[in-house]
Design a protein around this ligand. Sequence first.
Ligand SMILES: [Zn+2]
Length: 216
Amino acid sequence: MHLILLGPPGVGKGTEAEILKKHYQIPHISTGNIFRELFQQETEIGKIAKSYIEKGQLVPDDITNEIVRQRLYRDDIKNGFMFDGYPRNVAQAEALDKVLIELGMKLTAVINIQADDELVLSRISGRRVCESCGAVYHTKNKRPKVAGVCDICGGKLIHRDDDKEETVKKRLKIYNDQTAPVVGYYKEKGLLVTIDGSRSISDTNDQIEEALGELK
Ligand SMILES: [Zn+2]
């Protein structure tokens, strides 16, 4: 299975990735994971990437593409891989195509988990996180017994900056401007599988596994 997961922030890609990773025994490759590994190893390219991230800037495409290329040369991808958060624009998708040709690999499918901006916004902006134990709550779907207090440890629930409406709106705009064209790119290649991400995680997962089962 050589998969790419696409979808707006808050659609549950990370959770799906963890389920699929176990199901198909393939590594979950997100650029976030790779960057963290590189920082620990203190490689040259890792240092360059880190200098951008520390300044709050996006790592340029050529550096990200090279990091991904090196990642695909490791042994653990013999059963396949699953990208999440990459490619984030059409230029990266084109670069990935080149690496796959170089390695003699083909994508099995590109899974696009869809949900309306409104839904994603309410899912993320309603999140509250316990500042002590990290437990996650939601103002609509998963309320604590006592408002503002963690059920598990009694810690204070906070609204993280990343989850605030303005931040989420910005991320959605970036997604719609840059990553949504990637969906079209793979659709043209006949690789796109569209999944309705508006319902539960298990429902989304059932749809994905059904679609992939037909491909094998
Ligand atoms: Zn807690």
